[in-house]
Write a protein that binds this ligand. Structure first.
Ligand SMILES: [Fe+2]
Length: 464
């Protein structure tokens, strides 16, 4: 009798365990392979075990005090800047106060105000607390190129500190920006040191560029909270542009619900791809973001972006052009190949002689100029001279392949890159999270119209 009873209990426990495990597998499957068209294989083990520990309340829940303050580049980045922040729902209005920066507190005597637009966002996820926030977004306009300003955000209830910002001076024909590959995982625990090292090394850059997969799960609010925590005041003092990766999209190709409320990116791309596909003219550089997930998932948005890009580049008076999107035209990960993306877009990059393409997704570093002539090994044969870069800033790592297109590569290395432009020269440097120079090159504009590549690879041992 007893034996039979324990047998039944044992069998029931086994059945439940199997059921729970199957559910777990399914959950992970839908989280990481929502796209049928693309390899999203994802075997990363989060070091923070964040789902099993206490959710960091301060990173997750808004309060009346503004948090997640961030600057974005606008369409007119020399004279205006976009500002976004978050509060709880008790705060019904938001104001940006700003002034020309002064040596002492006297700027307080000439403060101007801009009203922000409020947007309520409710984020519901299974087994996580619901987060309801008010997001505010506004633009400070009519600023003087080259001038230093201060601003703060908030309302009568609570204000942020005064942040100091430097407007670019286009007449100097000089600019620099930091480019980050995927941050994605363990943002507070392990990506934070990368953005902080980048800021410590390069505090005077004009802006930061994120090549997608800023977070791991498109709607998980605590991950956005960690992303903001990692960068803290850097996000509020150095403007950003970002392109979405596959992890900013959920099942059914749904963009992260936080993306548009928390960022304020240009709306000048194809209809339906607002704030994911757009262009910014910054001094003598044109920066273009393409929405790679929509290229991968939607033949309509692929076609729309192709036509839009061709028209943008057909009328491009800027000396330099940088394009960012998440999926690599040439992969660094073994057995990955985005043939569809390459077949549709590389001909446009070639046609318009795009200077540099900044990508992510493969969680290994690689860069190179790829010849158009399949048999050609000499760079002189290349008719476009486009430099392709894949990088990663977060701790999730994949193997790096032996494909010959890479002139410099790295495995298991967190990196940040600085790209500087001065007249006819673009200088590129990649640093490891440790702060060591890992890769460098210059691109020189030449009368032949194909950039001259000058490799400046440091003696730092290749990490493979
Ligand atoms: Fe990705």
């Amino acid at each position: 009798m007893h034996r039979k009873f324990f047998k039944v209990i044992g069998f029931t426990v086994l059945l439940i365990a199997l059921f729970v495990y199957t559910g777990f597998l399914y959950e992970n499957h839908i989280m990481d392979s929502h796209s049928h068209h693309h390899d999203h294989s994802d075997h990363y083990h989060e070091h923070s075990h964040s789902e099993k520990t206490l959710l960091p309340q301060k990173l997750l829940f808004p309060s009346p005090d503004p948090d997640r303050v961030i600057l974005n580049l606008t369409e007119n980045p020399e004279t205006s800047i976009a500002v976004n922040w978050r509060t709880d729902t008790t705060v019904l209005s938001g104001t940006i106060e700003w002034s020309v920066a002064t040596a002492g507190p006297e700027f307080l005597n000439s403060v101007q105000k801009v009203n922000a637009v409020r947007e309520r966002l409710k984020v519901v996820r299974p087994e996580e607390p619901t987060v309801i926030s008010n997001y505010f977004s506004g633009k400070i306009e009519g600023l003087n190129p080259g001038e230093k300003y201060v601003y703060r955000v908030g309302s009568a209830i609570a204000w942020s500190e005064w942040y100091q910002i430097q407007m670019p001076d286009a007449s100097k024909q000089k600019l620099s920006f930091i480019y980050f590959g995927d941050a994605q995982n363990d943002l507070k625990s392990m990506w934070s040191r990368v953005i902080r090292e980048a800021y410590k090394t390069l505090p005077k850059v004009d802006f930061m560029l994120h090549a997608g997969d800023l977070i791991n799960r498109h709607d998980r609010d605590v991950e956005w909270g960690e992303w903001f925590y990692a960068g803290n005041f850097i996000h509020a003092t150095v403007p950003s542009v970002m392109t979405p990766g596959n992890h900013e999209y959920g099942k059914g190709v749904i963009l992260s619900p936080q993306w548009r409320p928390q960022f304020n990116l240009p709306l000048n791309g194809p209809k339906g791809l607002e704030e994911t596909c757009y262009v910014v003219d910054y001094s003598n550089l044109k920066v273009i973001s393409l929405d790679a997930e929509q290229i991968d998932e939607s033949p309509m948005y692929l076609e729309k972006q192709k036509q839009w890009l061709d028209s943008v580049l057909s009328n491009n008076p800027k000396k330099w052009t940088a394009i960012t999107f998440h999926y690599p035209v040439f992969s660094t990960k073994p057995n990955r190949d985005n043939e569809n993306l390459r077949n549709h877009f590389k001909p446009l990059f070639d046609k318009h002689k795009v200077d540099i393409v900044l990508q992510g997704h493969d969680h290994a570093y690689g860069r190179g100029i790829v010849s158009n002539v399949p048999t050609g090994k000499n760079l002189k044969d290349d008719s476009s001279g486009t430099m392709y870069v894949v990088s990663v800033s977060g701790p999730k790592m994949y193997d790096v392949s032996n494909d010959p297109w890479m002139q410099r590569k790295a495995r298991s290395t967190q990196l940040f890159q600085i790209i500087s432009i001065e007249g006819d020269k673009m200088s590129y440097e990649a640093f490891t999270a440790h702060g060591e120079l890992y890769d460098a090159f210059d691109l020189l504009k030449s009368s032949r119209k194909v950039n001259k590549l000058v490799n400046r690879i440091p003696p730092t041992k290749e990490r493979l």
